[in-house]
Design a protein around this ligand. Structure first.
Ligand SMILES: Cc1cc2nc3c(=O)[nH]c(=O)nc-3n(C[C@H](O)[C@H](O)[C@H](O)COP(=O)(O)OP(=O)(O)OC[C@H]3O[C@@H](n4cnc5c(N)ncnc54)[C@H](O)[C@@H]3O)c2cc1C
Length: 321
C-alpha cells in the first residue's frame, strides 16, 4: 500500500517503509492487514448487498450502523480510557477505504464516527464532554459538525450564528446548512460567534448540543443530493437554543483562538473525505474490470480489446499514483 500523506505514517502504527521522491510507503502490521480484511468482508457482504437500496430509498442504514458497531468500527479512534480502542487514523483509513469500495454512505458514517467532531471533542473537551461524545458514538451515533451557513461557505469565518451569554448560560441563534447527518446525528458540534452580556464579541466557540435533549435545535429541511442519498444533508436552525457552560468546547487560547483551532476539526474529517474518494475509485475500477471480463461483444469479452485495456490501465495508474 502506498500513501503520500506522510503524516498518516507518523500518526499510524504501521511502519514507515521509505519511498522515493517525496513518496511515503507504509508497511502495514499483521494486525492492520487483519483489520483491513475484516473491513473488506463486511463491505463485500452486508454493506454491498444494501448499497443500492440505501441510495434508492434515501434511508439512513441503521442496520449497517449496528454491524459497524459489532465490528468495533464506530469510535475505534476514541482512546481506551473513554471506552474506545485508541486506534490511529491510519487504522480508520483502512476501514473507510474498504467501506467506500461498496457504499459511500457507510464510509461517511465511519469517517464521522472516528474523525471530525469526535476527534475535536477528544482533543479539546473536558472529561465530561469526552464522556458524553464517546458514549454517544460508541452507542452508534455519527456526530454532526455545524460550520457552513447559507452565506458563509468557503468563507466560514463570515458565519453569523451567534451565542449570547445570558447569566449562567449561552443562547444560540442562527442557521447552518449542508450539515451531514442532520436529522439522524445526536451530537452536534456548532461553531458560533460568542458575545458577552454587554455585547462585546469574544471570538468563535464550539457549542455542543444533543438532538432530542436540547430544545431549540430544529431540522428545517433536507437537501436533495445526486449521490450519498442515504445520508441526510440538512439545513438546521437554532432558535433560542440554551447551552450550559459545561457544553462549551474551549480550545487552548479560548474564544479568541476559537476559529483557528476549531476549524481544525475539518482537517481530520478531510483525511476521511479523501479516503472515501479513493475507495470509490477503487470500487469503480473493480466494477469496470469485472464488467470488461463478463460483457461480450464481437464474440469476445470487451476486456480483450486494447482500447479498453488502456482505459483500465490508466485508472489503475491514477489510483496508485
Ligand atoms: C455533501 C456535502 C456535505 C457537507 N457537509 C458539511 C458538514 O457536515 N458541515 C458543514 O459545516 N458543512 C458541510 N458542507 C459544506 C461545505 O463545507 C461547503 O459546501 C464548502 O465550504 C463550500 O461552501 P459553498 O458550498 O457555500 O461554496 P461557495 O463558498 O459559495 O463557493 C462556490 C465556488 O466558489 C469558489 N470560491 C469561493 N471562494 C473562492 C476564492 N476566494 N477564490 C477562488 N474560488 C473561490 C469555491 O471553490 C467554489 O467552487 C458540506 C457540503 C457538501 C456538498
Amino acid at each position: 500500500m502506498r500513501i503520500k500523506a506522510a503524516r498518516l505514517c507518523r500518526a499510524g502504527r504501521g511502519r514507515y517503509a521509505g519511498g522515493k521522491q517525496g513518496e511515503a510507503r507504509v508497511r502495514l502490521t499483521e494486525e492492520q492487514e487483519a483489520l483491513r480484511a475484516r473491513a473488506a468482508a463486511l463491505a463485500d457482504g452486508l454493506v454491498r448487498s444494501r448499497a443500492a437500496e440505501v441510495d434508492a430509498s434515501r434511508a439512513y442504514p441503521w442496520d449497517i450502523v449496528e454491524a459497524l458497531k459489532a465490528e468495533g468500527f464506530m469510535g475505534m479512534t476514541i482512546p481506551e480510557a473513554h471506552g474506545g480502542q485508541g486506534r490511529s487514523w491510519l487504522d480508520a483509513v483502512l476501514v473507510i477505504e474498504q467501506m467506500a469500495r461498496a457504499c459511500t454512505v457507510t464510509a461517511r458514517i465511519v469517517v464521522e464516527a472516528n474523525m471530525g467532531a469526535i476527534s475535536t471533542v477528544m482533543a479539546y473537551g473536558t472529561e465530561e464532554q469526552k464522556r458524553l461524545a464517546a458514549g454517544l458514538v460508541l452507542a452508534g451515533d455519527k456526530p454532526a459538525i455545524c460550520i457552513t451557513e447559507p452565506d458563509a461557505g468557503s468563507d466560514a469565518g463570515g458565519m453569523t450564528t451567534r451565542a449570547d451569554r445570558r447569566g449562567n448560560r449561552w443562547v444560540v441563534n442562527g442557521r447552518k446548512h449542508w450539515i451531514t447527518g442532520g436529522g439522524v446525528s445526536r451530537l452536534h458540534l456548532i461553531l458560533a460567534r460568542a458575545f458577552d452580556e454587554d455585547g462585546t464579541e469574544l471570538g468563535v466557540g464550539g457549542f455542543l448540543a444533543v438532538r432530542g435533549e436540547d430544545e431549540g435545535l430544529k431540522i428545517v429541511r433536507r437537501e436533495t443530493t445526486m449521490g450519498l442519498c442515504g445520508m441526510p444533508e440538512a439545513e438546521l436552525a437554532f432558535e433560542e437554543m440554551q447551552v450550559t457552560p459545561d457544553r462549551v468546547l474551549m480550545p487552548p487560547g479560548g474564544f479568541r483562538r476559537g476559529f483557528a483551532e476549531l476549524i481544525n476539526a475539518y482537517n481530520s474529517q478531510r483525511v476521511g473525505a479523501g479516503t472515501v474518494a479513493m475507495g470509490i475509485a477503487q470500487g469503480a475500477l473493480e466494477h469496470a474490470v469485472s464488467w470488461a471480463k463478463s460483457r461480450e461483444q464481437f464474440g469476445r469479452p470487451i476486456g480483450e480489446f486494447q482500447g479498453l485495456q488502456w482505459m483500465l490501465a490508466d485508472m489503475q495508474v491514477q489510483l496508485t499514483a
